[in-house]
Design a protein around this ligand. Structure first.
Ligand code: PLP
Length: 420
């Protein structure tokens, strides 16, 4: 975008388009909260229409694990586009095969057979369908406050009624249990096809279960003959300071879903990967009952292959763990200073949640952070929690800058509270 059109005129033009042609109420909320227009992004930084730089601590809600516009991923996609971009489907696709192989090498245990699609919610749909087909059972057990996406199956297993209410009836035979409590599983999983759970609930407010929870889930699923579906759309691929969230408990689920960071923030992509036993029980005799026209496209797979290489070669999982600890310590120090504003700070790796004492305070803090040049966001199911989810390439100095912006935002909220 050239300098002469990166003006506030551009901002009002975009706002009008959002208001008239996309989503009028959302357009107004974004405008009220001072949302600028994104025109360029690189690494941990997004630039707006006026050339102002923002340190991206919302991170596309977990998409930008490698940062924005990673040159190696872009180069891989460009090169791929020179030969073939989208699969013709009737012939073998080289990069899909390679991406599936690399994912199987990285994924825990014997997770091996993958299906590639274009979003997290599609990956979840595929996992639920596989569980029903593999077990011949219908019931899916999920957790309260879970977020698995907004297509019908994924919405049915999600745990927030506001998102579900306008669309009832949802999938039948879905039950919800409290997250992090293994004692309820034996009862709930009786005759179930699967238990679907996030290793850390992201949109539910960054809820970290007790260590050992996923191990207990594994054991309960085995006792019940139910499949264990780990929804790693947000926690997978380094986000939590482990290659996969399941690695914290060293467990292997039957099916794992991925999306967000899988293609390095360049192209939409999602996938589920299953153990051979589960996959074969579902699809060995019916290979065409679950397909997608655009899924597994050459450009998405080229991006995913490059992104997986960068993640491993650049040591980003370790960086996520170290910078995550620094970030959480810093937020906890701010929480100790301002107990009237922050109720609790929690997180794992670079998925950090700041729980406020009241939902409304985020409306003061996030715009203040934006003014200071740092983006942050609410979690979808829990508006009392601000999430900090920067790219895994973030530096120690950038974490300090973001903490400075958060401190300023929280101080403003405390001052406003004092005046009430
Ligand atoms: N599963 C989890 C754990 C998520 O966090 C999300 C999105 O935030 C989804 C599924 C849905 O992904 P998408 O928005 O790509 O459909």
């Amino acid at each position: 975008m050239t300098r002469d059109i990166t003006t506030n005129e551009l901002a009002s033009d975009v706002f009008e388009n959002y208001k008239r042609y996309l989503n009028p109420p959302l357009a107004r909320v974004m405008k009220l909260s001072g949302s600028p227009v994104e025109v360029r992004a690189s690494g941990t930084t997004i630039w707006d229409q006026n050339g102002k730089a923002y340190l991206d601590f919302a991170g596309g809600y977990g998409v930008f694990t490698l940062g924005h516009s990673h040159p190696r991923v872009i180069a891989a996609v460009r090169e791929q586009m020179e030969s073939i971009s989208l699969s013709g489907k009737t012939m073998f696709n080289v990069v899909l095969g390679r991406a599936a192989k690399r994912l199987a090498e990285l994924a825990p245990g014997d997770l091996q057979l993958s299906f590639w699609c274009n979003s997290g919610t599609e990956a979840v749909e595929g996992a639920i369908k596989l569980a029903r087909a593999a077990t011949g059972r219908a019931k899916i057990v999920a957790t309260y406050d879970a977020y698995h996406g907004k297509t019908y199956g994924a919405l049915s297993v999600s745990g927030r009624e506001t998102f579900q209410a306008p669309f009832l009836p949802l999938l039948a035979d879905v039950a919800h249990v409290p997250f992090g409590d293994a004692s309820v599983l034996d009862e709930a999983l009786r005759d179930a096809a699967a238990f679907i759970v996030e290793p850390v609930q992201g949109e539910g407010g960054v809820n970290v279960p007790p260590a050992g929870y996923l191990r207990a889930v594994r054991e309960a699923c085995d006792r019940a003959g139910a499949l264990f579906i780990a929804d790693e759309v947000q926690t997978g691929l380094g986000r939590c300071g482990y290659l996969f969230g399941c690695d914290r408990d060293e467990v292997v689920p039957d099916v794992m879903t991925l999306a967000k960071g899988l293609s390095g923030g360049i192209i939409p992509v999602g996938a589920f990967i299953a153990r051979p036993d589960a996959w074969n029980r579902a699809y060995a005799k019916q290979p065409l009952v679950h397909t997608s026209t655009f899924g597994g496209s050459e450009i998405a797979c080229a991006a995913a292959l490059a992104a997986m290489e960068v993640l491993v070669e650049d040591g980003l999982v370790d960086n996520a763990r170290e910078r995550g600890a620094q970030l959480l310590d810093g937020v906890r120090a701010i929480a100790a200073e301002y107990p009237s504003v922050i109720a609790q700070a929690r997180g794992l790796g670079l998925l950090v949640g700041v729980e406020l004492t009241s939902e409304g305070y985020g409306g003061w803090i996030i715009p203040e952070m934006l003014k200071a040049g740092v983006t942050a966001a609410w979690t979808l199911n829990q508006q009392r929690v601000i999430r900090l989810e920067p790219p895994l390439v973030v530096t120690a100095a950038e974490v300090e800058r973001a903490l400075g912006a958060l401190r300023a935002g929280v101080a403003t909220a405390a001052e406003k509270l004092g005046r009430l």
